[in-house]
Design a protein around this ligand. Structure first.
Ligand code: AMP
Ligand code: GLY
Length: 423
């Protein structure tokens, strides 16, 4: 089969890496890809937003299956457009992708489906939102309804901060239309875990649980980022709890969408908090996680192509549940100094050819200068991933490899998966 992966980050490099191992994949294309994916297949220089040209690429290159990494093209209807052209594609339609792009709608789906989630109320005018916030216990979680590039969630520590945030969002319109509506949500306490499943719109097959690290500095300090590291599986989510999460969260969500005439085909991501009263959903995403994908796929024994093709065709009934390799995986993101603020680009990356066995560098913000040297080209540069029998060994492998791969100003967290070693 000829397969096209859409996206250019480390998540898409991991997808391409795993798909390249499938005996059924004869040709692999990545649009636009990065210097890492170029070693696995053919990069096609078309941006993810240019759906018209991507349809053209899929048609002229006789692509049998397209796999979409990021949310933006899903939200813009890439799946609908491909399907109109009779092209097989794994991912939700624009209507289904709203589960990520509209937090109020996602909450409505969860409540209708009886899925355990943080209690929340929606508001469309500042005065009533501010009045309600003043009555809430602290801290207060404020969520803009729409996609806001990671700026849509504020955890207000004081009532004054809550009111100021609401005024900025709803009166001063700091996030534009994204905050036309807001949710005021109860603050949940517990371990944050990511649960990803693949669905044909009827049934959903869960992947292993994983944890990601969103804050830039060790100990969860500093601003939010696109993810500084992750690990898989999560020992506190045992197989029994996974069964419960599938039964009470993933499956009812797929069923509720289906009851509303929306057949969700692709990867569904639930961000949960494990509270003392059980798991609660914080958010849904309409795609796989980054950097979660970089730790889940190295442990997947099954053929990813079969799973994605089953989802795309709307029939996973003849596909076996995913099988997993024993052991653990973790990834440490090597970022440019200054990220998520401003940072330098074009710095030479050394040591990529000297990685020890068992360590993979998934590329994200990398580029190539005119003589082919790999250089930094973004905030999150590489996802250094190791698989090992234990978290202790995985940490050893990754952090040893960190000193092999070098570029000026590099920054990374040193505490990824540390909690699973000390416990
Ligand atoms: P989201 O964009 O919904 O993932 O929210 C961003 C981050 O805010 C999450 O990763 C959590 O750390 C935090 N967060 C969101 N909702 C809640 C909540 N109800 N309680 C506690 N923390 C939350
Ligand atoms: N790691 C969080 C996300 O992909 O949204």
């Amino acid at each position: 089969m000829r397969v096209l992966v859409i996206g250019s980050g480390a998540r898409e490099h991991a997808l391409a890496w795993k798909l390249a191992q499938s005996e059924q994949v004869t040709d692999l294309f990545i649009a636009p890809g990065n210097p890492g994916t170029a070693q696995l297949g053919t990069n096609v220089d078309v941006p993810v937003e240019d759906i018209g040209r991507l349809v053209h690429v899929a048609t002229t290159s006789q692509i049998d299956l397209t796999v979409v990494g990021p949310e933006a093209p899903l939200d813009a209807g890439i799946v609908d457009r491909f399907q109109e052209h009779g092209l097989a594609i794994a991912g939700p339609t624009a209507a289904a992708a709203r589960i990520e792009s509209s937090k109020t709608w996602a909450k409505e789906i969860m409540n209708a489906a009886g899925v355990p989630t943080a209690r929340a109320e929606r508001y469309s005018d500042f005065e009533s939102a501010a009045e309600a916030a003043l009555d809430m216990p602290l801290p207060i979680v404020i969520k803009a309804n729409g996609l806001a590039a990671g700026k849509g969630v504020v955890i207000a520590q004081t009532h004054q901060e809550a009111v100021d945030t609401l005024r900025a969002m709803m009166v001063e319109r700091s996030l534009g239309d994204a905050a036309d509506e807001v949710l005021l949500e109860e603050f949940l306490v517990g371990l944050e875990v990511s649960i990803i499943g693949i669905t044909d719109g009827k049934t959903i097959l869960p992947f292993l649980p994983s944890c990601d690290y969103k804050r830039v500095f060790d100990g969860d300090y500093g601003p939010n980022t696109g993810g500084m590291g992750s690990y898989c599986p999560v020992p506190s989510v045992d197989p029994e709890l996974m069964v419960e999460i599938t039964r009470t969260i993933l499956q009812p969500t797929v069923d509720e969408l289906r009851n509303r005439g929306i057949e969700y085909r692709g990867i569904l991501y639930a961000g949960l908090i494990l509270t003392p009263d059980g798991p609660r959903v914080m958010e849904f995403n309409c795609r796989s996680g980054d950097p979660e994908t970089q730790v889940i796929l190295p442990l997947l024994e099954s053929d990813l192509l079969e799973l994605l093709a089953g989802a795309a065709n709307g029939d996973l009934s003849s596909v076996d549940a995913p099988q997993w390799i024993d052991g653990v995986a973790m990834t440490v993101v090597l970022a440019s100094g200054g990220y998520p603020g401003s940072y330098r680009k074009g710095l030479t990356i050394h040591g990529l050819d000297e990685l020890p066995e068992g360590v993979i560098a998934f590329h994200a913000g990398t580029g190539q200068d005119s003589d082919g040297t790999v250089v930094t080209a973004g905030g999150r540069v590489l996802s250094l991933t190791a698989t090992a029998p234990s978290f202790e060994e995985a940490r050893q492998f990754v952090y040893d490899a960190v000193s092999t791969v070098q570029f000026a100003d590099v920054q990374y967290r040193t505490d990824i998966a540390a909690r699973e070693v000390m416990s």
